[in-house]
Design a protein around this ligand. Structure first.
Ligand SMILES: Cc1ncc(COP(=O)(O)O)c(C=O)c1O
Length: 439
């Protein structure tokens, strides 16, 4: 069977984010259990990146599996224009209750990129419906918002899109003042970024539809953290100038940063929040773009051209909504935030150990995400050295995918204390061995 899978994988499949020429045959994963992935030969791997940041409670979660099974029997899929259903309505109500302010209007789709695409289109049309023509966005350098054309434009500086430079929407990028342990120039960098924001607002303010921000941590460009004080000041500037604010919480949502949403650390509320990835606990594709009533009100009109004429076949899929309801309920039932607190403590201790390596720099963490850089070489995304590090971790049974020279851990919340402690010890060993080889 393994031979059959690998041969046909090679002949028929095009994998994402993969260098076809260089990459080795993929590992064939057959099953998963809690924090483990098990391959076809029975080898176990610790899923230290929660299967691309989605699987928050762990794999094979009984409650989510049961809700999927029950909902599949009752109603599998239905058009979401003219018709509605209980799982979608329950989820929308639940989201509006756990989100701050009047972020109450939920537009469903099925992945993070489309949740951003919807945010962009709605914000554009919000102005258009008022007779105001605007055609530019602002974003932070290094931000990543997905791979569809619009989302790509807003994340262009993340470095994944060189071939597409002719296709992008006009976006102004502000410097991102990243912070990490021992950084003593963060305030200076924040002031610089804020003054650049002033310049962009002065020059292009009337054309700016919105600014998009990954709040508190930029994921794909290297787990870069910024301070809440900075975001509070930045968002205030844009709001004061009547420019909409979109928070992309596709990665940070649902406990990742230590609170339900990264927004909960701030004293300001955005106009739009994008949610996806872990919304169903990682079981099914679903996304929600959440808007304030003020935005929604601009679409209430008898004229059809003022409606938001956008939708996807699987908008608000009932099975996915049901999984999401169960996943969110688990936070209360299982006291998930106490698990998150324990992971925070273990990350803190683990990073103390890792930080002792002379090749390690920029140690940082927020909530259940920890990261550090390997300051040995210039290691680009997908480079040979980066792949070598990834393989060293794999050999030891860890799924870790460094982003260039950044190694990060984002485990499912079910990980046990001893497992995570052991992971840090093994990672420390890999770094030591690896440093010896390349230095
Ligand atoms: C912050 C952020 N926004 C958007 C996306 C795109 O999500 P998806 O891969 O589900 O399209 C990602 C994916 O990594 C992300 O991290």
């Amino acid at each position: 069977m393994k031979k059959y899978i690998l041969e046909n994988d090679k002949n028929y499949i095009w994998h994402p984010f993969t260098n076809i020429k260089k990459s080795k045959p993929p590992i064939v994963i057959r099953s998963a259990n809690n924090d483990k992935l098990i391959d076809i030969d029975g080898k176990e791997y610790l899923d230290l990146i929660s299967s691309w940041w989605v699987n928050i409670h762990g794999h094979s979660k009984k409650e989510i599996i049961e809700s999927i099974a029950e909902q599949s029997k009752l109603l599998d899929q239905v058009v979401f224009a003219d018709l509605t259903h209980e799982p979608a309505v329950k989820l929308a109500k639940k989201l509006s209750e756990i989100l701050p302010g009047d972020l109450n209007r939920i537009f469903y789709s099925d992945n993070g990129s489309t949740s951003v695409e919807i945010a962009m289109k709605v914000c554009y049309q919000f102005w258009f419906n008022q007779g105001i023509k605007k055609n530019q966005f602002a974003a932070l350098t290094g931000g990543y918002h997905g791979d569809t054309l619009g989302a790509m434009s807003l994340g262009f500086s993340s470095g994944f899109y060189e071939p597409f430079s002719d296709l992008v929407i006009n976006t102004h990028f502000l410097p991102y003042p990243e912070n990490y342990r021992g950084n003593n120039s963060v305030e200076e960098k924040e002031l610089h970024s804020l003054s650049e924001a002033d310049k962009i607002i002065d020059k292009f303010g009337k054309d700016l539809i919105a600014i998009i921000i990954e709040p508190l941590i930029q994921g794909a460009s290297g787990m870069k953290i910024c301070r809440p004080e900075f975001l509070n000041a930045l968002v205030k500037k844009f709001k004061q100038n009547n420019i909409l604010v979109i928070f992309d919480e596709v990665m940070t949502g649902f406990g990742r940063t230590g609170k339900m949403f990264a927004t909960d650390y701030l004293n300001i509320i955005p106009d739009v929040i994008c949610l996806a990835k872990s919304i169903t606990g990682g079981y099914l594709p679903l996304a929600a773009t959440v808007f304030t009533e003020t935005i929604h009100n601009q679409f209430i009109d008898l004229d059809i051209t003022k409606s938001f004429l956008h939708g996807h076949s699987f908008t608000a899929n009932p099975i996915a909504c049901s999984a999401a309801n169960t996943s969110i309920d688990l936070f209360g039932k299982e006291n998930t935030f106490s698990k998150i607190e324990q992971i925070k403590k273990l990350h803190h201790e683990g990073l103390e150990l890792i930080d002792k390596n002379p090749t390690v720099s920029k140690v940082r963490m927020i909530g259940t995400i920890s990261a550090f850089d390997l300051s040995i070489l210039d290691v680009n995304y997908g480079s040979d050295v980066s792949n070598l590090i990834k393989e060293s971790f794999l050999e030891k049974g860890y799924i870790i995918r460094p982003l260039g020279n950044t190694v990060y851990l984002m485990p499912p919340y079910c990980i046990s204390t001893t497992t995570l402690q052991k992971a840090y010890e093994d990672i420390d060993m890999v770094i030591k061995e690896f440093s010896k080889e390349v230095l």
